[in-house]
Design a protein around this ligand. Structure first.
Ligand code: ATP
Ligand code: BTN
Length: 255
C-alpha cells in the first residue's frame, strides 16, 4: 500500500482519518498480537500525547502522526536506544527529502531553525528481563502554519512549511521515513548501537552545550559531553564530576 519502499516495515498498515492517539491504537494492536513492523497512521489526532503526559497538537492533514510496533529480542533497558534510533532515521529522512539540516536535542526532539519540528514518544511493554514490544510514536509538523500553534507553544515550535516557505508533500516524505527507520533498525540489530550513536552525535545540537537537566529527583547543571554505549547522556558538572542521565523522565534546557 501507498508505494512503500520498505520490505517489512509498514506492510501491515492501519490508516485512520481520525483517532485519539496512534500510540494508544498501536498499543492495543500490539496487546492483541500485531506483528513487528505494524504501522498506525492518522490524518489527525484528537488526543495526541507528548512526553511527560503533555498533549501533542495534531491537526488533520497537516502533519505525519504515526506509530510503529517493534518486537526486538533485547533487554528492556535497551529500548531507549530505539528512541535515539528513531530520531536519527527521521532526521535523515527530513534532510534527504527537504535539504533542511535538522538537529537533535537529547534524547529525541528534532529541531529546525532552533525550534521543535518533531517529537518522538516511546512506550514499552516488558517483563522483568524481556521486552514484549516497543511502540515508537512520531509526530512531525509538516504543513502547520503559525496560527495552528497555541500562543504558549508557538515560540518553541515550527513546521517544515514554516522553515522552507513552501508546503511539503507528506506521502513521499512518509515513505522516506519508513525506509530510513527500517534501514537503521536492521543495522542496529546487526551491528548494535555504535553506528546509531555515531549518527546521533553528528546530528546532535546538545553535545558541547551547557545544559540544565531536570529529573524527578533534582536539577543538575553542566556541560553535555557525550552519550554512552547505552544511550544515556553524560553531563560534566562545575566541580568536574561526570553524571549520567537516562532518557526516561528527564528534560533538558539550555543553561
Ligand atoms: P521535552 O521534555 O519532550 O524535551 P520540551 O519542553 O523540551 O519537551 P520544547 O521544544 O521546549 O519541548 O516545547 C515544545 C512544547 O510544545 C512541548 O511542551 C511540546 O509537548 C508542545 N507541543 C505540543 N504539540 C506540539 C507540536 N505539534 N509541535 C511542537 N511542540 C508541540
Ligand atoms: C514529545 O513530547 O516530544 C513526543 C511527541 C510525540 C507525538 C506523536 S504523534 C503520533 C504518536 N501518537 C501520540 O499520541 N503521540 C505520538
Amino acid at each position: 500500500a501507498a508505494g512503500l519502499t520498505t520490505s517489512w516495515l509498514g506492510r501491515n498498515l492501519y490508516y485512520y482519518d481520525e483517532v485519539g492517539s496512534t500510540n494508544q491504537v498501536a498499543k492495543e494492536l500490539a496487546d492483541g498480537g500485531a506483528p513487528e513492523g505494524t504501522v498506525v497512521i492518522a490524518e489527525g489526532q484528537t488526543g495526541g500525547r507528548g512526553r511527560r503526559g503533555r498533549s501533542w497538537l495534531s491537526p488533520p492533514h497537516k502533519g505525519i502522526w504515526f506509530s510503529v510496533i517493534l518486537r526486538p529480542r533485547v533487554a528492556p533497558a535497551l529500548a531507549s536506544q530505539l528512541t535515539l534510533l528513531a530520531a536519527v532515521a527521521v532526521t535523515a529522512a527530513i534532510r534527504r527529502h527537504t535539504g533542511l539540516p535538522p538537529g537533535i536535542k537529547w534524547p529525541n526532539d528534532i529541531l529546525a531553525g532552533g525550534r521543535k519540528v518533531c517529537g518522538i514518544l516511546t512506550e514499552i511493554k516488558a517483563e522483568i528481563d524481556a521486552l514484549e514490544y516497543v511502540v515508537l510514536g512520531t509526530g512531525l509538523n509538516v504543513n502547520l502554519e503559525a496560527g495552528d500553534f497555541s500562543p504558549e507553544v508557538r515560540p518553541l515550535a515550527t513546521s517544515l512549511f514554516l522553515e522552507l516557505g513552501r508546503p511539503v508533500a507528506r506521502l513521499p516524505l512518509f515513505r522516506e521515513i519508513l525506509y530510513q527507520l527500517e534501514k537503521w533498525y536492521e543495522r542496529w540489530q546487526e551491528e548494535g548501537f555504535d553506528p546509531v550513536r555515531r549518527a546521533w552525535k553528528e546530528a546532535s545540537v546538545t553535545l558541547g552545550r551547557e545544559v540544565e537537566v531536570n529529573s524527578w529527583r533534582e536539577v543538575f547543571r553542566g556541560v553535555a559531553v557525550d552519550i554512552d554505549a547505552e544511550g544515556a547522556l553524560l553531563v560534566r558538572g562545575g566541580g568536574g564530576e561526570l553524571r549520567r542521565f537516562n532518557s526516561g523522565e528527564v528534560s533538558l534546557r539550555p543553561a
